[in-house]
Design a protein around this ligand. Structure first.
Ligand SMILES: *Cc1c(COP(=O)(O)O)cnc(C)c1O
Length: 362
């Protein structure tokens, strides 16, 4: 059996979530690229996304892309973080295209592609308000021409990102401004821009309920497929499931005391049951975990977490099922000391409050 701590993964839930989103977005002419960085490029999760209908995959790390390729995945894969200097040859070898914001990097990619007789695709990432990465709209025509003129490069499209750094969700105004800039760049250069990738899971509410954003024909979705939720509000999307992943940790100490005993306090000390879990901040984002009903987090260090379990006593060696948000999931999936088990139903974290859901109309 898989050792603890362990992540249970229900790939059927991931496939169904992907399928639901691909169907809804397909109706408005938008394809879905499945983002695998939240699972460290886990091939079975990627395959479940593909089975659900995503047209390609994307990851922010070249290592994860190589993991997907090594597992035999042959679909288009985008690198959604701009490449570092030492990565150019690897990006050209393993990625169909990459998201870029610097002319210097684009030139290095083109040279690396020419050196091996390949053509590398470029997606130009444009800044429209998230203030993370992206070139300025006014520089778009120059970038379009630079990519088009390079025989080692192919212009695949333009991408935008919302709500990653700033937490600001996309607006119709921002998308319209972007569409106008794309039209300008096209007429100035005489070059057609095939794809407009309109953002991540935070773009779902706008693109599924808002007015027609005719030029947006792709979204890059990670969190909504994996966890069923919309990242800005953190709410479950109606029609999606949040049961694809479960984290299981082992109780290594069980006692009848309270962490407050150790703290100098004038308040009466309330004694309750407490357990120590073999799971710490080196393993995951402890603040991003959901605990079973009646349990509260008393504290954590790099390798231990202390839970106040109230009236309930838990035995040493028993398992505690936890839920993970995106931050907890992505960190835990990258930790090799946490085993990953594919199963039909993850062990449920009993009684963890379900989040209210948001309805997305198509
Ligand atoms: C992480 C990321 C995504 C996916 O974001 P979700 O909120 O998980 O859907 C899309 N695009 C870029 C550039 C990213 O870094």
């Amino acid at each position: 059996m898989n050792p603890l701590p362990r992540i249970d993964i229900d790939t059927q839930v991931i496939r169904r979530n992907a399928q639901f989103l691909c169907n809804r977005l397909g109706r408005v002419g938008i394809s879905v690229t499945g983002v695998t960085k939240g699972v460290g490029g886990h091939p079975a999760v990627a395959q479940a996304m593909l089975d659900g209908g995503v047209v390609g995959l994307a990851d922010s790390r070249l290592d994860n892309v190589m993991r997907l390729r090594t597992a035999g995945i042959t679909c288009p894969i985008s690198l959604i973080r701009a490449p570092m200097r030492a990565e150019m040859a690897g990006v050209v070898a393993y990625c169909t295209n990459s998201y870029n914001t610097e002319l210097e990097t684009i030139a290095l990619l083109g040279a690396a592609a020419l050196a091996v007789g390949r053509v590398h695709g470029v997606m130009l990432m444009v800044e429209v308000g998230d203030s993370r990465e992206g070139l300025l709209l006014r520089d778009l025509p120059a970038f379009v021409l630079a990519v088009h003129r390079h025989s080692g490069l192919r212009l695949d499209g333009v991408g935008v990102n919302f709500a990653c750094l700033s937490g600001v969700p996309p607006t119709t105004a921002a998308l319209l401004c972007l569409c106008a800039a794309i039209a300008t760049a096209e007429s100035a250069s005489g070059i057609r821009i095939p794809q407009l990738s309109g953002g991540n899971s935070a773009s779902l509410p706008l693109l599924l309920t808002g007015p027609d954003h005719a030029r947006v024909n792709n979204l890059r979705l990670g969190e909504s497929i994996l966890l069923g939720c919309e990242p800005v509000s953190g709410r479950l999307i109606n029609g999606l499931s949040d049961t694809a992943f479960g984290l299981v940790a082992e109780v290594i100490e069980s006692s009848h005391k309270s962490h407050r005993v150790t703290v100098a306090t004038t308040r009466p000390v309330d004694i309750s049951n407490q357990v120590v879990l073999a799971l710490g901040s080196q393993d995951t984002d402890i603040q991003g975990l959901g605990f079973p009903l009646g349990c509260t987090l008393a504290g954590s260090t790099s390798d231990h977490s202390v839970l106040d379990t109230g009236k309930r006593r838990r035995t040493v060696g028993s398992e505690v099922a936890l839920t993970m948000n995106y931050s907890a999931l992505s960190r835990a999936m990258a930790v090799t000391a946490i085993s990953k088990r594919l199963c039909v139903k993850p062990q449920p974290a009993v009684g963890v409050a379900r989040r209210p859901s948001v309805l997305l109309r198509a």
